[in-house]
Design a protein around this ligand. Structure first.
Ligand code: LER
Ligand code: MN
Length: 266
């Protein structure tokens, strides 16, 4: 279950509050773990989080980092070298925190955006340098980075699963995999099961939402087909409730879990 300190705009998180209250809410609802979203990981109280995890038996599945882009405009493809290094530094801090919980680190919006289409080769070169460094840092901490394709209306490059799995393979990243988000897939992938089969080796984490980004069953996606294909490739990782807090946060959080349990039982 996704947890964020403050819901802003159309952010797809179902629990708003500090990490400890999010862990307790997730436990009450029956989730196995939390995906914690921060702007700055240094603001996290790791001791309190650890105590709450011990008390509830839950885990931290991943750290979300998009807030560092949304709030602090940190991008690992920043054309300004000081800016790019500040973004890399922030992700190193996320990796260090994730290492304390056996959690993954999500890279989505922090890849930034192209200022113009012809910027792509230079942006990919900067991304290659940033990711080579971060992939090594993740390896040292025993952490896995999961890189997320984000649809064209939010990011303007690396929007498809093939784009990112190709980048990971080309750059020989050893500690970086693919986070697939069914909401983005519905916009960018021509055939969801085929994309899952094509990128099977890289898929390490899943954000599950319906076509309208509400919890499963509220839109038109064939999520049974998506889950069946994930099962077929032997995926046994996390399914994370990243969806709009609609009609309310509480209903979305409870509805997501009930719907996914039903889908998994079929
Ligand atoms: C992040 O996981 C994501 O899916 C983006 O749409 C930003 O919320
Ligand atoms: Mn997502």
């Amino acid at each position: 279950m996704t947890v964020v300190d403050k819901l802003i705009g159309s952010a797809p998180f179902v629990c708003e509050g500090d990490p400890v209250s999010g862990i307790e809410a997730a436990a009450r609802l029956g989730y196995d773990g939390v995906e914690l979203h921060f702007t700055d990981p240094l603001a996290a109280n790791a001791g309190e989080i650890r105590t709450a995890l011990r008390r509830t038996g839950l885990g931290v599945t991943a750290l979300g980092t998009g807030r560092a882009y949304v709030n602090d405009r940190l991008s690992i493809t920043d054309a300004d070298e000081a800016g790019r290094l500040a973004a890399v530094r922030r992700l190193e801090q996320f990796i260090a925190l994730a290492g304390q919980f056996g959690a993954k680190v999500i890279i989505g919006c922090m890849r930034g955006n192209l200022s113009k289409p012809e910027e792509l080769p230079a942006a990919l070169e900067r991304l290659g340098r940033s990711m080579a460094h971060l992939d090594e840092a993740a390896g040292r901490e025993g952490v896995e980075i999961v890189f997320e394709p984000i649809n064209r209306y939010e990011n303007n490059f690396l929007c498809t699963m093939a784009d990112i799995s190709g980048f990971v393979r080309t750059h020989g990243l050893k500690h970086t995999g693919l986070l697939i988000d069914t909401f983005h897939m519905n916009i960018e992938e021509a055939d969801l099961p085929a994309s899952i089969l094509a990128c099977a080796p890289e898929i390490k984490y899943v954000h599950l939402a319906d076509s309208n980004r509400r919890y499963p069953g509220q839109g038109h996606l064939d999520l049974a087909g998506v889950l069946g294909t994930l099962r077929r490739i032997g995926y046994d990782g996390v399914l994370s409730a990243e969806c709009l807090p609609l009609p309310t946060k509480q209903e979305a959080a409870a509805g997501w879990l009930a719907a996914v349990r039903k889908l998994l039982d079929n």
